[in-house]
Design a binder for this molecule. Structure first.
Ligand code: ZN
Length: 187
């Protein structure tokens, strides 16, 4: 597998662009790590666990929360990174005009109908979120809320898991470890 200079340059541009867009955001965890750590870890999971070698998927992974969580416009993404990357980012973005409960319900309903590349990104996204809930839990999330998140994420992943066996397996292991750490008596 070899990438040309243009592809490497585009990946680095995406990292820089995403870091800038997320520059004032922190992860929900109590220690408030820089938000950009999350999309970088999602891309890293795609590469190292999922063996994903499609550069546009990796670029879209780096950008996957920019439209949903920053003021980034679809036009910006399309101009810099092209139409397919934009389509992937949009597939991974919730419609923020909807209520949170409805957005969460739609993630479950829509997951099976995503493209394979979007399924890859969403799988890695859920893995990293589950891992963060254990290693950097949000201070205001009680045990039940953390367990509810694991149940919801599992329902979403059930619509994605056919796309990539190693990522699906990694998700299952992450949930199993999370349940053991959160509530050893019920795991
Ligand atoms: Zn994300």
């Amino acid at each position: 597998m070899e990438f040309n200079e243009e592809q490497v340059a585009q990946f680095l541009s995406a990292v820089k662009f995403s870091a800038h867009k997320h520059r004032n955001q922190r992860r929900k965890g109590a220690e408030g790590s820089p938000y950009i750590n999350h999309p970088i870890q999602v891309a890293d999971l795609l590469w190292h666990v999922g063996q994903v070698r499609d550069m546009e998927t990796l670029v879209a992974a780096i950008l996957h929360d920019t439209i949903e969580d920053t003021e980034t416009t679809p036009q910006e993404i399309e101009e810099r990174f092209g139409q397919r990357v934009l389509a992937l980012v949009q597939e991974c973005s919730d419609d923020k005009s909807l209520e949170k409960a409805e957005r969460k319900r739609l993630q479950i309903v829509n997951a099976p109908h995503k493209s394979v590349a979007a399924k890859h990104i969403k799988l890695a996204d859920k893995i990293n979120n589950v891992q963060d809930i254990v290693s950097h839990p949000p201070a205001h999330w009680n045990l039940q809320r953390r367990l509810d998140y694991l149940d919801w994420a599992t329902q979403v992943v059930n619509g994605l898991r056919d796309a990539n066996e190693p990522l699906a397996h990694c998700f299952d292991e992450s949930v199993r470890e999370a349940r053991q750490k959160l509530a050893p008596e019920t795991a």
